[in-house]
Ligand binder design. Structure first.
Ligand code: SF4
Length: 279
């Protein structure tokens, strides 16, 4: 089967930094924790767990050793608690996520009601909320009722949202009764490049594969965008998740991957796909 890989796909600099930082600490120390899964990719989490990285979901689970803050960041209250406990903290928060945290805090200091366009259950968004007293998170138009009327809004966006969704939400907010809207674009350029190159590719192929963690926000966003253009789009964790029957009758396949998908998952998938023959 002919396979075309998206020009931009796979690990972003934020994820690369978190992983290489974890690998480095694991060679130096015995007791290393990650606050939440280091990235939303089971294969990578399992590999690092074998190397000794322990994942905890609550700061109270850590009493000693070193805690790695993943690229999604952590809330100030969590950082303060870790400092109180006297554990060693290694902060691998992506610089673009740090920027959102900083902007949200500044908006609030300047008297704006902070609005985050994104998923309230996503760790990046939860950490950003933690930099404010009472930010409002809105996922889509159905959440607009959460915004207080006549307020001065300071708006940011989860880094991995699509520009289309960000723009649509700003338009929808603009239709409401607010005194002021101050917007800072906090979308991640790396995520946008992956989205653009995936959408271009999926229009040219018979079947499109989006590789990466099923709970990874940026990978899910890629899959949603591709599905809008090509109904034969499949979001898979890796080659083992493929139902070969979906390949029957297809000649050209496209492959992309989220920012948290390692190169070896992509390479293995492409190699197997190229070798596939309908029997
Ligand atoms: S997707 Fe963008 S914001 Fe998120 S970790 Fe990667 S570079 Fe940072």
């Amino acid at each position: 089967m002919e396979v075309i890989v998206a020009e931009k796909c796979g690990f972003c600099h934020g994820v690369k930094n978190a992983i290489s930082t974890a690998e480095k600490i694991l060679t130096q120390e015995d007791e290393v924790y990650s606050l939440g899964p280091i990235i939303h990719n089971k294969d990578v989490v399992e590999r690092l767990a074998k190397a000794g990285l322990k994942t905890v979901n609550d700061v109270e689970e850590v009493q000693s050793g070193t805690v790695l803050i993943r690229s999604h960041g952590a809330a100030p209250v969590q950082m303060a608690r870790l400092k109180e406990k006297g554990v060693n903290i290694v902060d691998a928060t992506c610089i673009l996520v740090k920027r959102v945290q900083h902007i949200a805090g500044e908006f609030e200091k300047d008297g704006y009601k902070v609005v985050i366009i994104g998923d309230e259950n996503h760790p990046e968004v939860q950490a950003v909320v933690g930099f404010t007293k009472d930010a409002v998170v809105i996922a889509d138009e159905s959440d607009l009722h959460k915004l207080p009327e006549n307020a001065k809004l300071g708006i940011v966006c989860q880094t991995t949202e699509s520009p289309d969704h960000f723009g649509r939400m700003l338009g929808a907010i603009g239709g409401g009764r607010f005194r002021e809207m101050k917007v800072i674009n906090t979308l991640c350029v790396e995520a946008i490049k992956r989205q653009q190159s995936a959408v271009e590719l999926c229009k040219e192929v018979d079947i499109m594969f989006v590789l990466g963690g099923l709970e990874s926000a940026n990978t899910r966003r890629l899959a949603d965008l591709c599905k809008e253009e090509n109904s034969e789009t499949y979001h898979l964790q890796n080659w083992n998740g493929l139902d070969k029957r979906t390949l029957f009758g297809k000649k050209i396949a496209g492959v992309t991957a989220g920012a948290s998908t390692p190169e070896w998952i992509i390479a293995e998938f492409v190699e197997n796909l190229e070798a596939f023959e309908e029997s």
